[in-house]
Design a protein. Structure first.
Length: 284
């Protein structure tokens, strides 16, 4: 399988202070990942996940740190705002996962999934493409053409009716569970699940909180998929890591609000330290 560089530098260089993410693609996949591209002809660990795995604004995200600490090549397949559908819709990415020595799957939210209520973009899963009849019937007063992103749409529905919104939450959680189980089956028997968040997994009986990442994923959902994994790592950012804020991150002035919402350098170091220990044990 080949790798190539992607000439989308307008996205990568929005202004002074931005990182060069060395964007690349693998095989015939149209998904753009953070580079540099890695060879798939030598043993490697594949890391799947969202914005945290991609390392938006982070000079050295945890996949790069793990590579150095564990002494194994790490292929960073994290994508900004990715849902599970990014991987399940792409045969080349599933092939890379199946060929890995270990597959690390960051737990991502349940909002960016096509389901019986709405459809998302195949690659940019945070993009809301349209409501299905079931959702239009549930919220007849809503003009869904006003929404471009899933998070905005979900916040609006929750404000209109918490009771009706709970039906959407139930559907998203069931869809997430089915897709995660399928992804883990596709990836093989050497899967490590990674919870990377400022918060511990919430209980299912708590009201849906759309401010906490990963959105709508509960401790009970993790318990359902835990038996399929070789290891589960829960890293909740420490108070010291949270206090670090955006110090050491690379971003432009316009990107500052977004940069303050991502895990900082200390949080990535914490993940890398925990993950490196598990990978060394598994690869031995």
């Amino acid at each position: 399988m080949y790798q190539d560089w992607v000439g989308e530098m307008a996205f990568v260089y929005p202004g002074a202070g931005a990182l060069d993410y060395a964007p690349c693609r693998y095989g015939t996949s149209r998904v753009v990942f953070r580079g540099p591209a890695k060879s798939l002809d030598v043993p490697y660990v594949a890391v799947l996940g969202g914005t945290e795995t991609y390392g938006k604004f982070v000079p050295e995200p945890y996949p790069a740190l793990v590579e150095a600490e564990a002494g194994v090549q790490v292929v960073n397949l994290g994508a900004v705002n990715a849902g599970l559908d990014v991987y399940l819709n792409d045969p080349d990415l599933l092939e890379i996962a199946r060929g890995a020595e270990v597959v690390v799957v960051q737990i991502v939210g349940a909002q960016n999934l096509s389901n019986r209520f709405y459809k998302v973009h195949r690659r940019r899963n945070d993009r809301f493409l349209g409501a299905h009849p079931a959702l239009r019937a549930l919220f007849p007063e809503v003009d869904f053409t006003e929404f471009s992103f899933t998070r905005h749409m979900l916040h609006s529905l929750q404000k209109i009716s918490v009771e009706r919104f709970d039906h959407v939450v139930e559907e998203l959680r069931a869809t997430w569970l089915a897709r995660m189980q399928r992804l883990m089956q596709e990836a093989g028997t050497r899967v490590v699940l990674l919870w990377f968040s400022p918060h511990r997994p919430p209980r299912a009986d708590r009201a849906a909180d759309l401010t906490r990442e990963p959105l709508l994923v509960t401790a009970e959902m993790l318990a359902r998929v835990r038996p399929m994994a070789r290891a589960v790592i829960e890293v909740v950012s420490s108070s010291a890591a949270l206090a670090e804020g955006a110090r050491g991150l690379a971003f432009t002035e316009l990107e500052e609000p977004a940069a303050r919402g991502v895990p900082g350098l200390a949080a990535h170091r914490d993940v890398a330290a925990r993950l490196a220990v598990v990978l060394r044990q598994m690869l031995e």
